[in-house]
Ligand binder design. Structure first.
Ligand code: PMV
Length: 312
């Protein structure tokens, strides 16, 4: 165990296109939000104290030995110790995050990845993206039930990824960087509930839902090409189309649709909800000429927070 404090972090994420259909094997694209991060610090503690976990945002402090494997932080920590074949260190693991919780920006996965990186580093190993992704996926299962794996993948690699469930991610090299505005709807979203609701509907009318998922998969493929070629206007049109399909599967809300309309009306090149829906955030693709007007339109349409991020 390192005798000094060690700090590591992990980014948030946005799903650009393909959410929900990715659970059913269709491709999706996610990008990191490097400016919004979770942070983990490991400080050495006195001999015999074991590992204490301080989750500042959740106002929780507990000893690893007192927590079950149904606790996300305890599970992630144990998986790292198991992987490194290391005994529990005498240390304090402190976690904090810039990312809003239950907003589709990957807060749970980001905290898990930061914690795994910090613990690995404190024990002398910079863990690979593959291991960070595996550990974070196990933690995501507690949060979400049956995650596709896209969140842990994009956060572990911290690169734009074209993702198909069960296959190695394709890291995308973005031809032309672009700007996204992320606007919060003011409504907390539950990924677990939204994914379960879509599954119920898919089980009732699989023929219909599979067609919609195929269309969304085609949008992800075309968006991949747009990102590689730098055809940003095409990407915008594809994001708009993806949102129409997400409305069809019932995961948007009028409040989110209003924000999306406001963004498009103010000149966004495209706008859609992002993540599991039923609340959370929307994204708007903007350029230098439209950023200020779209931001103002989102705020006056009722978004309590608007963030800006560059991709690529
Ligand atoms: O965690 P969220 O809200 O970004 O949603 C994850 C995306 C889903 O496709 C809805 C679920 C999944 O596991 O891929």
């Amino acid at each position: 165990m390192n005798a000094e404090s060690i700090e590591r972090s992990a980014s948030g994420k946005i799903i650009l296109c393909g959410e929900h259909s990715v659970v059913y094997g269709r491709p999706a694209i996610a990008v990191p939000v490097s400016t919004m991060r979770a942070y983990a610090r490991i400080d050495p503690a006195c001999k015999g104290s074991g590992l204490q976990i301080h989750a500042l945002d959740l106002q929780q402090e507990f000893a690893l030995k007192d927590a079950g494997d149904d606790d996300p932080l305890a599970l992630g920590t144990r998986l790292v110790l198991e992987h490194l074949n290391a005994p529990e260190p005498d240390a304090i693991l402190t976690l904090k995050s810039d990312l809003p919780i239950a907003a589709g920006l990957g807060s749970g996965a980001s905290v898990a990845a930061a914690a795994a990186r910090a613990l690995g580093a404190a024990l002398g190993t910079e863990l690979s993206p593959e291991i960070i992704s595996e550990v974070t996926y196990e933690v995501e299962k507690i949060h979400h039930g049956n995650p596709s794996g896209i969140d842990n993948t994009v956060i572990a690699w911290e690169k734009p990824v074209y993702f198909v469930r069960g296959t190695a991610p394709e890291i995308l090299s973005i031809h032309t960087p672009f700007r996204l505005l992320i606007a919060y709807s003011g409504i907390a979203s539950s990924t677990r509930a939204a994914v379960a609701e879509v599954r119920r509907r898919w089980e009732m009318t699989p023929g219909y839902y599979d067609v919609v998922f195929d269309c969304i998969g085609a949008i992800s493929k075309a968006s991949r090409a747009a990102l590689l070629q730098g055809t940003i206007r095409t990407l915008g049109a594809l994001l708009n189309e993806n949102h129409e399909l997400l409305m069809k599967i019932g995961v948007s809300l009028p409040r989110m649709d209003n924000l999306i309309q406001a963004a498009r009306g103010a000149g966004a090149l495209g706008a859609k909800m992002t993540g599991s829906g039923h609340g959370g955030n929307i994204i708007a693709l903007v350029d230098d000429a439209t950023t200020a007007a779209v931001k103002a339109a989102l705020t006056s349409a009722g978004a309590p927070r608007v963030w800006e991020t560059m991709v690529g």
